[in-house]
Write a protein that binds this ligand. Structure first.
Ligand SMILES: Cc1ncc(COP(=O)(O)O)c(C=O)c1O
Length: 415
């Protein structure tokens, strides 16, 4: 007989999550998740689905009808869009300026694309002209681009790229996982054909839901490969001509039938995650997008001032830094992992490390969503300074916190 081990109940320690995500969730979002479950075709629940679509249209600044949730973490949204937009054999251009560009290339390859990747040194972004030259040279069917790559903390300017893709008859997909809610992502104004995100960054929900949006250009491409599952096909349903979308779970044509008027059964909607996504959106829109962007910008500036006053060096091209995550070099002679462990152990604060060429070279400090406020930045700077000084790093005590406070003092609104 196998013996059973008694496992104690969950008792997570209170943590301040100041890494590149996940971050602490808004208490109201956690509360929403504890609401009673409804059946997925209960009229009240389908109303909640419609409301969620409408809320995310406002957040993506779009009129796209197809603005919905994919159940899964942010990469579920990426996979759903890429697998539904890419026909095997099509050429896809992927500009890479960090880890998440590599992720897009790898997912596009799995979708059967002929991937052409362009790489830039981490800590920099692409000039629109470089991308235009590559589009002209390679004539891709799709350009897949990260907006804010948390691995490097850089944000790729998007304003010019959508129009350029349109001129060259190429679809544009953007991964806005780390930027949605923290800086402008204007799907219609910037002509972004398809965009995806996750909840666990500036939207401050738990990981596990991916809000996506796509326009009529992308819809046409998806519907060209529409095939309805045999067991739920209705009489007279018209199938697409193209090859079947390779994933069932991420088949956007079927998700459209599920989220649209047909309400054709697909997966069982993740009820509590929909409650969470809906509440994240309500909180963000009640604050107002412009206010939320300003709050992230101010926090990023205060953190940068604090780190600089501590004589730490910032990573990457500061003109293109994301406002909601900051990369900072680990000083020579300092054990970066010991500092992170000290901050977690003594202060309950998590900051991030990085990947690939930046592994062991920089820390990443996030100021996102619910956590993006003055007191958290001051607490984080205090903890970092204390642990660094214990490791022998020399800096003037209190200089970081003073500098960050000055940035807030010079600004009007406080949260
Ligand atoms: C820019 C970007 N894209 C994609 C992802 C992947 O998201 P997830 O881990 O939620 O699947 C992340 C996660 O950090 C990210 O920062």
């Amino acid at each position: 007989m196998r013996s059973t081990r008694v496992i104690s109940e969950l008792d997570p320690l209170p943590r301040l999550l100041m890494g590149p995500g996940p971050v602490n969730a808004y208490p109201r979002v956690l509360q929403a998740m504890s609401m009673p479950l409804l059946g997925q075709f209960d009229p009240q629940f389908t109303d909640y689905m419609n409301e969620t679509m409408s809320l995310y249209r406002d957040i993506y600044q779009t009129d796209n009808r197809w603005t919905l949730l994919v159940d899964g973490t942010a990469r579920a949204g990426i996979e759903a869009l890429l697998v539904s937009l890419i026909e095997p054999g099509q050429r896809v251009l992927v500009p890479i300026f960090g880890r998440f560009g590599h992720l897009l290339a790898e997912i596009a390859r799995r979708c059967g694309a002929e991937v052409i990747s362009l790489e830039r040194e981490w800590g920099t972004v692409f000039e629109p002209q470089e991308l235009e030259a590559a589009i002209k040279q390679h004539r891709p069917a799709l350009l897949a681009l990260v907006h804010g790559d948390t691995s490097t903390t850089m944000a790729q300017p998007l304003e010019a790229i959508g129009r350029m893709c349109r001129e060259h008859d190429c679809l544009l997909y953007v991964d806005a996982t780390a930027t949605l809610g923290g800086m402008k992502v204007a799907a219609d104004e910037w002509h972004l054909d398809a965009v995806s995100a996750g909840l666990q960054k500036c939207l401050s929900g738990p990981p596990g839901s991916a809000p996506i949006t796509f326009n009529a250009r992308a819809e046409r491409q998806v519907l060209a490969r529409r095939h309805v599952e045999a067991g739920i096909r209705q009489a007279g349903a018209v199938a697409g001509n193209g090859p079947r979308i390779q994933s069932n779970y991420f088949d956007l044509a079927m998700l459209m039938d599920y989220w649209g008027e047909a309400r054709l059964n697909h997966h069982t909607e993740a009820t509590s995650m929909l409650y969470a996504a809906r509440e994240c959106a309500r909180i963000l829109l009640a604050e107002g997008l412009a206010n939320a962007f300003a709050r992230h910008e101010l926090a990023g500036r205060a953190l940068v001032a604090g780190l600089t006053a501590m004589t730490l060096k910032l990573f990457g091209d500061q003109a293109h830094k994301m406002p909601n995550v900051t990369g900072v070099y680990i000083p020579d002679g300092i054990d970066g992992e010991a500092v992170r462990a000290g901050m977690l152990g003594h202060f309950g604060i998590e900051i991030g490390t990085s990947f690939g060429p930046l592994s062991g070279r920089i820390w990443r400090i996030g100021t996102m969503g619910y956590n993006c406020r003055e007191r958290n930045i001051l607490i984080c700077l205090t903890a970092l300074e204390t642990v660094l000084r214990q490791q022998g790093f020399r800096c003037s005590p209190g200089a970081g916190v003073d500098a960050a406070m000055q940035v807030y003092a010079a600004d009007v609104p406080r949260t």
